[in-house]
Design a protein around this ligand. Structure first.
Ligand code: IPE
Ligand code: IPE
Ligand code: MG
Length: 253
């Protein structure tokens, strides 16, 4: 199991989970911004703005807990179906955060990667995504992958297409394609599989997120809305993970 040994405090039970297993890779479905805003009679964009603050806290928490890979679901391929005004708000916030946050992330040793269909974003955003990846490529403290215009089914279909083309052109032998070689064709090539997937807002589904990669991830569903997500919630999810027994299909030990 890819995990390092560390201690975490479980704030809910107030017990110290001694020498707990910290997941190497945590993936988060950041959900509930709209409901957070609605409960305060605010426009949905206020929830998305507050959600960005929660993300900042989460990055700090991940670094503090010794998590070295963090993947966040920020915008799904299906989210383009939302009303044009909300899509504009979301892409506007993305543009803003790329311009204002990347320098600080860089200074804190965060390496940024983006997965998803970036060709659907305006050209200036595509440029900023590329610059952010390039400028932070030498960092290793936290590997932060942001899923933008991402959908796992599209990702898997694209991998199948690339494999078919390579086979057709004689660059690849079909019989060599297996579980070990297939992930190299996914947008997450080189990134370890997530050990833990957290979803906020009480919904209990994956919504087309990392369907291949999360095959054996532990799932934690939290009732907290994403804008309220704080370090205690992150540590509680890690403590929950530490109590799970991962079997990977083998007999219980
Ligand atoms: C998550 O919050 C952010 C995105 C999907 C972009 P939502 O906007 O889905 O919030 P709810 O689920 O409507 O509360
Ligand atoms: C999943 O949330 C996508 C992100 C968090 C970016 P959604 O709110 O879009 O998912 P559904 O529609 O409830 O499944
Ligand atoms: Mg939602």
């Amino acid at each position: 199991m890819r995990a390092s040994s560390r201690s975490i405090v479980d704030p809910r039970s107030e017990t110290r989970v001694a020498d707990a297993m910290v997941p190497t890779h945590v993936a988060i479905i950041m959900d509930g911004n709209g409901r957070w805003a609605a409960s305060r009679h605010l426009p949905r964009v206020a929830g998305h703005r507050e959600g960005a603050r929660a993300l900042r806290r989460t990055i700090e928490a991940a670094i503090g807990c010794g998590v070295s890979w963090l993947t966040i679901y920020a915008f799904s391929s299906e989210n383009w179906r939302r009303p044009a005004g909300e899509v504009l708000d979301l892409t506007g916030l993305l543009r803003h955060y790329l311009r204002t946050e990347v320098a600080e992330l860089n200074a804190n040793g965060v390496r940024l990667r983006f997965i998803g269909d970036r060709s659907r974003f305006d050209e200036d955003i595509q440029r900023d995504l590329q610059t952010a990846e390039h400028d932070t490529a030498g960092n290793a403290r936290l590997n932060l992958t942001v899923a933008l215009s991402y959908g796992a089914r599209a990702e898997i279909a694209a991998a199948a297409r690339a494999i078919a083309e390579a086979a057709q052109e004689g660059r690849l032998v079909a019989s060599k394609i297996d579980e070990a070689s297939f992930p190299a064709f996914l947008s997450t090539a080189g990134i370890p599989d997530p050990d833990l997937v957290i979803r906020t807002s009480g919904e209990q589904r994956l919504s087309n997120f990392l369907l291949w990669q999360a095959a054996y991830a532990e799932l934690v569903f939290l009732d907290v809305l994403w804008p309220d997500f704080c370090r205690d919630d992150f540590e509680a999810a890690l403590a929950d993970f530490a109590r799970r027994e991962r079997r990977f299909g083998a007999r219980p030990g």
